[in-house]
Design a protein around this ligand. Structure first.
Ligand code: GRF
Length: 181
């Protein structure tokens, strides 16, 4: 599959996918990295010689996806809510740093997810890779992994522990999807 990875931040999940591709962990190829802004993570794409595209306009993004013959969109820390233009024409997956449906939806992104998990006094958190539909963090789960957070003393410690698992589960999800194809 030809992949387009959408980011808005540091891009550590993108980096993990680029490294997985380099070691042939999956056969899919990252052909494009899209962001709504000049995100720090775009530097990883440049390092690996992958084309980047910055735009807030889904029609423009759509044109680029068609040009690059993309089969699957991977949202990896992409903050804008994806609209009908892309949802109607592409299969889209997202990685979310909690055990959805818990701690998903409006306001649940980045460190805010882990603050809510910490305040709730959860023993476990985790990561969910799911299909994207028009509702936030609502599509069918593809893969989910638990992370023991009993030893975490702050939301940041939860975030760090969960992020490590994200880097494993996302490449596994792509491997599963390409084997299903
Ligand atoms: C990750 O925690 C991911 O679960 C969430 O946004 C963060 C992105 O981190 N969707 P990075 O930009 O991949 O480092």
């Amino acid at each position: 599959m030809n992949l387009a990875v959408f980011i808005s931040g540091k891009g550590s999940n993108l980096k993990a996918l680029l490294e997985a591709q380099k070691e042939a962990y999956f056969s899919s190829k990252i052909k494009l990295v899209v962001s709504n802004k000049n995100a720090e993570g775009l530097n990883y794409a440049k390092e690996f010689g992958i084309e980047t595209f910055i735009s807030k306009n889904e029609e423009d993004i759509l044109g680029k996806l068609k040009e690059k013959k993309i089969d699957l969109i991977v949202l990896a820390g992409y903050l804008p809510k994806v609209g009908k233009t892309l949802i109607d024409q592409y299969r889209i997956i997202n990685i979310h740093p909690s055990l959805l449906p818990k701690f998903g939806g409006k306001g649940c992104y980045g460190i805010h997810v882990h603050e809510k998990v910490f305040e709730a006094g959860e023993d476990v958190s985790g990561v969910t890779v799911h299909w994207v539909n028009e509702k936030l963090d609502d599509g069918a789960t593809i893969l989910q992994r638990q992370v023991d957070i009993n030893d975490c003393k702050s939301p940041q410690e939860i975030a760090d522990k969960v992020l490590k698992e994200e880097h494993v589960i996302l490449k596994n999800a792509i491997k599963i999807l390409e084997e299903e194809k």
